[in-house]
Design a protein around this ligand. Sequence first.
Ligand SMILES: CC(C)(COP(=O)(O)OP(=O)(O)OC[C@H]1O[C@@H](n2cnc3c(N)ncnc32)[C@H](O)[C@@H]1OP(=O)(O)O)[C@@H](O)C(=O)NCCC(=O)NCCS
Length: 188
Amino acid sequence: MRPGREGLGGTARRSRVPIRAATMTGVRNRAARPADVPDMVEVYSASRRDMQARLGVSTPPPSRAALRLAYGHVLSTGMFRVAEAQGRIVAIAGAVLRDSLWFLSAFWTRPDVQRQNIGMPLLREVWDAGVRAGASTFFTWASPDLTALAAYMKLGMLPGYGIFLFEGAPDQLPPVPAGYEAAPPRAT
Ligand SMILES: CC(C)(COP(=O)(O)OP(=O)(O)OC[C@H]1O[C@@H](n2cnc3c(N)ncnc32)[C@H](O)[C@@H]1OP(=O)(O)O)[C@@H](O)C(=O)NCCC(=O)NCCS
């Protein structure tokens, strides 16, 4: 808590950032389809780019080709839902379920419509689908985005530990195992 304008002993000021910008109407949630995957990757890319610029994160994104494969895998082996408004996909939420473990693999809303009550209902649907399918442990790898953290904590996914990313040029790498290919991350 920061001291107020009066200095130490003053009251803490309220945040000027509204928790909810507005509530967007005309949003329809539905199951994702294989044909949606390229648009879902675009939602991810725009949202991630915006989040990184806001928060000063600079890790390179995975390639769109890798993402299309990953999202297709979550779609075919897990549960993936999208929110549509005005004929375009505006948010995505997807999870995989392995035994009783539910892992949130994707949760992104387009930057221009964030905090308008689109992501949370979608996330609850994917969560509820996990409950119905027998999940008992719910977890994710969270970005530092405040809205994401708030959404996760509201559902009961509390912080477990920090994740540190180290950057640098690796050397003395062991040989690549047979059948694998090593490649640097590619910017899209
Ligand atoms: C995280 C994200 C997907 C949420 O989607 P959204 O459409 O913006 O979310 P919503 O408007 O439905 O709001 C989410 C919840 O967070 C709450 N919230 C947001 N900011 C908050 C804050 N500062 N304090 C407390 N609660 C907050 C909202 O009130 C809402 O909860 P409610 O429905 O119970 O009221 C979206 O903001 C986003 O794309 N963020 C950037 C990308 C990112 O980091 N994604 C997570 C990857 S792990």
